[in-house]
Design a protein around this ligand. Structure first.
Ligand SMILES: NC(=O)c1ccc[n+]([C@@H]2O[C@H](COP(=O)([O-])OP(=O)(O)OC[C@H]3O[C@@H](n4cnc5c(N)ncnc54)[C@H](O)[C@@H]3O)[C@@H](O)[C@H]2O)c1
Length: 367
């Protein structure tokens, strides 16, 4: 497989993705935001949510599922809170602007909390937590998503892979940032395994009979029929506490749907409005201004000490090092800026399709 991988400079790929969205009718400023979120995913080594997902957005825009001109309405607003309506615009743009608003509120009053309804897929939740971290705040970003996780003792995919993402600055070069789904494996990663025809780890997905399945292509096919489900963190049943992941995925569903009177569970599969299919989701963002507590420097120092203590703790025999969340992505970004972004054959094909269709002749990719 490796001989089929081509590396493309991150800036070139970011510009290409921006031009794809412009070509599809997204205003330039918005296209830049989307491309920035997508390339941040690739740079941070999150292969599932960058260029890998570009064609999915392209297909959805072509199908009229997303509004390319993102219009955000403020439904309700208080000093520290807001409820927004994304009107089925571009999820990355809606989330970016919602987190900006959240941060502004936290700057003024110490806390900001913004709920969003009628949004669409926003990519990596961690991008929005990072926005708060850069402003010296603790940032939380969550979203619901298409049903994938079954409740404990169930087989029907009900909850999205619902990322629960929390980050905070430290006195180190990188922040703490746990940016992950509440399922063991999330759908985008299954898509990556499918593209490279790799077997899924055992005990991550069950079929309609509760049996484990590891063939990524089959899992994606069965997911379309709602006959495969991605197990919550903790796994199947109660023995390894799968109910904890199930519970946290439910917290995300509540924050993403109940505060907004928005779409939840099965309805995230799609609803038809005025003859048009829509794929709606909701989000929730929280920013806590650290300076309103014991001060940013003090927080960063304690947070840094916690990270260092964790990494210095006794290792399992045979293991070389212990990481803290957000660390690997920081080093990935340094590396990817040097090497470029790896593109497998399947991604190269996606790029060719979009390039040809949108006449993006200015890009001389080697494939
Ligand atoms: N928009 C959506 O609907 C949606 C849904 C699900 C996931 N996502 C996104 O997908 C991305 C990937 O999610 P995932 O569940 O595959 O993530 P993952 O399982 O790869 O976990 C990544 C997280 O774990 C940390 N980590 C990894 N190895 C570690 C170690 N050894 N020690 C300590 N921490 C470690 C990383 O720093 C990172 O915070 C995320 O950015 C998430 O926001 C989006």
């Amino acid at each position: 497989m490796s001989e089929e991988i081509t590396y493309v400079d991150a800036k070139t790929l970011e510009n290409f993705m921006r031009d794809v969205f412009i070509g599809l009718g997204v205003p330039e400023e918005d296209a830049k935001i989307i491309a920035e979120v997508l390339i941040t995913s690739d740079l941070r080594g999150i292969e599932s949510h960058g260029i890998q997902r570009c064609k999915m957005y392209y297909d959805r825009i072509k199908a009229g599922i997303y509004e390319v001109n993102t219009k955000i309405d403020i439904i309700k607003e208080g000093p520290t809170t807001a409820l927004l309506d994304g009107n089925c615009g571009m999820g990355h743009v809606i989330a970016y602007k919602a987190m900006k608003m959240t941060i502004e509120k936290a700057k003024k009053y110490g806390l900001g909390a913004v709920a969003v309804k009628n949004s669409t897929h926003f990519g990596i939740a961690g991008f929005y937590s990072l926005m708060a971290i850069k402003e010296g705040m603790i940032g939380l970003a969550v979203t619901n998503a298409r049903p994938s996780i079954p409740p404990t003792f169930g087989v029907e995919p009900m909850l999205g892979t619902n990322p629960l993402t929390v980050g905070a600055p430290t006195d180190e070069q990188f922040p703490f940032l746990i940016d992950a789904a509440t399922s063991i494996i999330q759908r985008g990663k299954v898509e990556v395994y499918d593209r490279i025809k790799k077997t899924l780890p055992k005990n991550t997905v069950i079929d309609e009979n509760g049996e484990f399945i590891t063939d990524a292509t089959k899992v994606l096919e069965k997911m379309l029929e709602r006959k495969a489900a991605l197990l919550p963190l903790g796994g199947k049943g109660e023995d390894t506490a799968g109910y904890k992941g199930y519970g946290y995925a439910t917290v995300v569903e509540l924050l993403s749907a109940a505060l907004q009177n928005g779409i939840y569970l099965r309805d995230t599969l799609g609803i038809v409005e005025n003859g048009q299919k829509r794929l709606k989701v909701g989000h929730f963002f929280l920013a806590i201004n650290i300076d309103n507590f014991n001060g940013l420097d003090s927080f960063k120092n304690v947070a840094g000490n916690i990270m260092r203590d964790l990494r210095k703790s006794q290792k399992e025999p045979g293991e070389k090092r212990i990481y803290t969340a957000g660390e690997k992505e920081y080093y990935e970004e340094i590396e990817k800026k040097k090497t470029g972004i790896p593109l497998n054959k399947s991604l190269q094909n996606d790029i060719k399709i979009m390039q040809t269709d949108l006449n993006l002749d200015g890009y001389n990719f080697s494939f």
